[in-house]
Write a protein of this length. Sequence first.
Lengths: 427, 566
Amino acid sequence: MQYTDIVCPFCGCLCDDLEVTIKDGHIESVKNACTISQSKFMNHHENRINAPSINGKETELEKTVEKAVEILASARRPLIYGLSSTECGAISKAVEIAEFTGGVLDNTSSVCHGPTILALQQVGESKTTLGEVKNRADLVVFWGSNPTEAHLRHIVRYSVTPKGMYVQEGKKDRKIFVVDVRETRTAKMADKFLKIDHNKDFELLLALRALIRGEELKASQIAGVPIKEIKTLAEEMMKAKFGVVFFGLGLTQSDGRHMNIDAAVGLVSELNRKTKFVLTPMRGHYNVAGANTVTTWQTGYPYAVDFSTGYPRYNPGEFTAIDVLNRGEADAALIIASDPGATFPKDAAKHLAQIPVITLDQKTTPTTMLSEVVIPVATAGIEAEGTAYRMDGVPLKLSKFIDAREGVCSDREVLDMIIAGLKEAKQ
Amino acid sequence: MTLVIKNGYVYDPLKGINGEQKDIFIKEGKIVEETSEKDAKIIDAEGKTVMPGGVDLHSHIAGSKINIGRLLRPEDHRKDVVKRGKNTRGGVGYSCPSTFITGYRYAEMGYTSVMEAAMPPIGARHVHEELNDTPIIDKAAFTLFGNNYFTLKYVKEGDIEKLKAFIAWLLKATRGYAVKIVNAGGVENWKWGHNVSGLDGKVEDYDITPRQIIKMLAQANEELGLPHTIHLHCNNLGMPGNYKITRETMDTLKEIKPKKGRSATVHVVHCQFNALAGDNWMNVKSGAPYIAKYVNNHDHVTLDLGQVIFTDTTTMTGDGPWQFALWNMTGNKWVNSDVEMEAGAGVVPYTFKKNNPANSVQWGIGLELALSVKDPWKIYMTTDHPNGGPFIYYPQVIAWLMSRQARTDTMRELNRACLKRTGLSNLYREYSFNDIAIVTRAGTAKALGLTEKGHLGVGADGDVAIYDIDPTSWRPSQYDKLIKTFAKTSYTIKNGEIVVKDGEVVSAPMGTTHWVDAKMPQEIEEELMKDLERDFKQYYTVSLKNYPVEDEYLPIQKIHKAGGGQ
């Protein structure tokens, strides 16, 4: 059985041209996928959690759901976290659980592009869906982002090599700049690489903005970049018919954080007074944009939402998962499609290990190992369908083309059972 | 369930019922002639006002644009929070309400149907996902066409049949209800950072004009026999002096032959923003008399107000270059959001201030339009939520329309520019309850071609609003009472079910999403598909197969058939 136009559930690119061949209920081959995607598809059945378990003892799904309900219903401040690697239906249910239990809801953007959102809330942004980049962009700047190693097909599908409506020669018609602290593989293919000192992005962004406003700069170098190179970039930016900045965690998670993005937005907005310019964050997990999107339409806020007062409150730094754990506030946790046990700072992970944790995942992870309740789930985009939002906000439907192992439900179905249980427990 | 609403003063303008005391019967979700009162739930509406459920024909409630607004404005949410209730979800309100709250609050005001006015096609799934999370109300979304690559291409080629086939296809692919046009050609030019100048300005890469785009879309719309006319956001929105282009746009559409059974060929949206006279924002004045005069003399135009409310709100349109201009004027935060091949959008927070001369003039223009267009069937009440102000202020607008004293009392607090540069103070007209029923439900339902809405005739949807006000004893001096009454119904009934009682949501069922399935001859469709297949592959970043919205996104849908191929 062959399926075409399959959407890849790995990174924020959501490439939708995969061809998957199924034989005897297994994936035999995947065409058009990048190497990471290949690996996700071909190994999706490896290292799967055998069965639902409570305290490491295998049991039935119903029992684990009951236990999950018991934990959540008696918790005073449960943390519901993860969500960026599942589909929107599950995210929606997670919001409902957080609201119902008066808990704290957070998704993984609090540890990646959270600062991007904070900057947006301060100053806005000028953005586009990726097709306009493909069709029009004659200047592409990768700033603190490295698609050749993180978003493998970004370059061929959207930003560098594709031939577009007004960029008919593809890469030949585009100028590529890379700004980074080291010469990455993306930098190697660029027309020009600006090597910047660590934690100096803010200065360089402001210098560029000043040049674009026509200010004279007296410094001979800024952020370790010779002024001549900065001037060249500023001129190229103004000369471009359609320019774009793709930025990554190199900008959001270095010193300055949201102020870096604030400066980048300011630079791009300023450029719109001269020409056309946009910027786009390189979102990592395939549906982290969806986690922000769904949470926003349901609560008004993209992440770090607290429901303890009955209505949603937003305060990154206070209601973000790491902070709630660091303060030792969460007395239970529901983790969906994420592995905070492996990725969180020591103190946060330590507290997580001390409280009852319910984890929904496909595979064994450090988080499932510290969890009281573990519920194996189907892989969205392979064994379960749903919606995901691309890094630029384009919604696509994920397909289901093979069945999950018998008795294994999707995230959405399991969360629905928990909601039903919680409602019953309340009555 | 069977419902009988007894003895209310009924306003059902489409059926010619003007405040008569009358019983209304609802059975299995529909209005019926009469039904046995045995086993029926009786609602005593003695001394109360009964109207069909409200139908808002232009609001921004779902999709990427409003969600950008929500994301952009935590400060907006914090002043209006909503706790979770027994039957209801929590959330936030004010200018960018969360989806659940949008549904509840419309229902609390007696509205049972709301149209999302601008759906970017590639983001259609997003719109429908949000609509599914917007409880109680029925809804539909208008698909953006005015800057779509295929529209521009077929206009350039002068191929009306392919344009019709494309409209039919895209409405189906996006599950859209109407053809929306925003700043025709201007948003395409904005992809290079420019706008289009005037109705005969050049759409750069296509060598066509906004006039050609609008005309051809209107013609295609009428030939396809779509239930609603084109839904048009004119060029030059927000630019003083733009009443001229608005009038010219309307005039260019008077030769279009309307669909059988109606006289309108265009609905001009949030007309206040396009009825500005003067040369700049310093000397802006009302162009309402010119627009009103034109509309009074022609039957092919309908309008909605886009009434300004004095508050902090969030502007959001599909008009990227206008939002850019507004950012440059205000320095507030600015989001621009271009959509490949088809559309764009922008979002800028804005505060309408009473002491700001231009804002006071804009406020006056909206009401001046409403009061100088003589026939209420041609002009409808909106705030272009949230552009002119949040929809929760509709009761305030009703008060201004129904009470000259309410207008005068507000005008006293305003910059005097309103007195000098609009004709509002000389207008003595006051809307009746019947007029209000027209501009908030009967007229809008009629303009939309929603034949089962906006009235209480047999077979209509069982959507009813009951307001606690006695129209026989109310006087315009009591406008405060109106504001209270129209904010919270005694009862809102949706499909025969009581959803709001005494101003509180008691049940929150899911409403229906309406969309239009227009048929075209198969051979033209096949020709179109060849174009789509080729151009999608070359220019889009999603495949043609992954583009159309699947049925799962519309759990409760109603399909309205239309078509030039039948």
